[in-house]
Design a binder for this molecule. Structure first.
Ligand code: 5CA
Ligand code: ZN
Length: 412
């Protein structure tokens, strides 16, 4: 699939520090030590509705990682999927009486436009579930050879007991897994399963549903195996970071890791599992299924500056859960007006310490709120200067301008 176009990213005169991120599996901050290009996989959208602020927060969060790595001198191989065939997409298409392919294409295009407006760097490989069916089939065959696949009617299931490390991504105990599984697409009570936690790998064709040929008859891929196949195909095992929102910790990332670890014994799927917090609205997690949504595209169409949307997101640490309110947007609009005034002066307060602080904050688990606060201090110091004698840095505005663009993705 085509991704979206990349904004130009200025090169900074200094190299950023080693990047550390929080790893859900160990519960600790880990130093990333890319060997060759840094390898990042972030779970993409299921394109049955427009991009909401929760999605945007997650993709802007991982964009900070992409940028921090680049600023630390690494090339980055970034892979993202599009779940362009799955139950919620087919259900929505049937409900609104639109062809599911058309719905997926339309919403994926809207997502691309939103990501471009928010200056999110595109993945090098943007891969749909449908186009990765051959890789999914190969992976299921490998799992089958490892004895981890069985049939329930004509569907294929993955035996979670085949992975010795099962549970190590989420750290959840069995009771907690069984409780969460049905809320996130799982079917613990289906008759014929060996273990309630086993997950679907291949769903045999149902009347009225799309299907593709396979060695087990026509059908379509399960959700978790889609991401495993795409990640392994483009990044291999032990890639640096597997990312997504915290709603994907279990079962999605646990299952994906399980598949990979059974297909490649002795190897890890990812070195770190990194998760963004959930954005709420009207007191509940913003979600397509609940319908409590603020869309990026709706704000764009009402002429809201996308950089103000981005600043709202940046003012929350990527790992925290928070609630969207319109006040924060208007506040961000005012803040950017002040920042632009300071930048228009050309000269200003000393920029070198700000560069250091911003790079350090972002390398320290993508701490954008601290980075934003450092810029705010520079703006206040610059606007507070009363005479030429106080101007410390003649090139300050140019430096801060490039810094904001390269690190926080704010082009002002
Ligand atoms: N296609 C799958 C991943 S393979 C999926 O979860 N799609 S999604 O459209 O539901 O979500 C896309 C991304 O946005 C995922 O990383 C998800 O974790 C994240 N996300 C969804 N809702 C929120 C929210 N309210 N706040 C923050 N992130 C969210
Ligand atoms: Zn995924």
């Amino acid at each position: 699939m085509r991704a979206w176009s990349s904004p130009d990213v200025p090169r900074l005169p200094v190299t950023g520090p080693v990047v550390r991120v929080h790893d859900t599996a160990t519960g600790a901050l880990v130093e990333t030590r890319p060997e060759g290009p840094a390898r990042l996989y972030v779970c993409g959208i299921t394109p049955y509705d427009a991009t909401h602020m929760g999605h945007a927060a997650t993709y802007v969060g991982f964009d900070l990682l992409h940028r921090a790595w680049r600023n630390a001198g690494h090339d980055v191989t970034y892979v993202q999927n599009v779940t362009d065939v799955d139950d919620p997409l087919l259900e929505r298409a049937a409900k609104v009486n639109v062809d599911w392919v058309e719905l997926a294409e339309r919403e994926t295009q809207l997502f691309r436009d939103d990501m471009e407006a928010l200056r999110v760097l595109p993945p090098a490989h943007y891969i749909g579930a449908v186009e990765s069916i051959p890789q999914v089939i190969t992976l299921i065959e490998r799992l089958d050879e490892a004895g981890a696949v069985y049939r329930v009617d004509d569907d294929l299931y993955f035996s979670v007991t085949a992975d010795d490390a099962y549970g190590s991504v989420s750290g959840l105990d069995r009771d907690a897994m069984v409780a969460i599984f049905p809320e996130r697409g799982g079917d613990p009570d289906r008759a014929g399963k060996k273990d309630p936690l086993d997950c679907l790998l291949w769903r045999a064709e149902r009347p009225g549903e799309p299907a593709w040929e396979s060695p087990w008859g026509p059908g379509r891929p399960g959700w978790h195996v889609e991401c495993t196949a795409i990640a392994l195909d483009h990044l291999g095992t032990a890639f640096d970071v597997q990312g997504g929102g915290s709603d994907l910790v279990f079962p999605h990332h646990e299952m994906s890791a399980g598949h990979a670890q059974v297909a490649h014994p002795g190897e890890r799927f990812a070195r770190a599992y990194s998760h963004a917090g959930m954005v709420a609205y009207d007191g509940e997690k913003m979600s397509k299924s609940k319908g409590n949504l603020v869309f990026v595209s709706a704000l764009r169409m009402s002429e809201v500056d996308p950089m103000a949307i981005r600043l709202v997101l940046l003012r929350h640490h990527y790992r925290s859960d928070w609630e969207w309110t319109d006040d924060q947007l208007w506040d961000a609009v005012d803040t950017l007006a002040t920042w632009r005034r300071a930048l228009a002066l050309g000269a200003g307060a000393d920029s070198a310490p700000v560069v250091e602080r911003v790079l350090a904050a972002l390398a320290d688990d993508l701490d954008a709120p601290t980075a934003v606060a450092a810029v705010q201090e520079w703006v206040e110091a610059t606007l507070g200067t009363t005479g030429l004698a106080e101007i410390a840095d003649r090139e300050a505005a140019g430096t801060i301008h490039r810094l904001l663009d390269a690190t926080l993705g704010l082009s002002l």
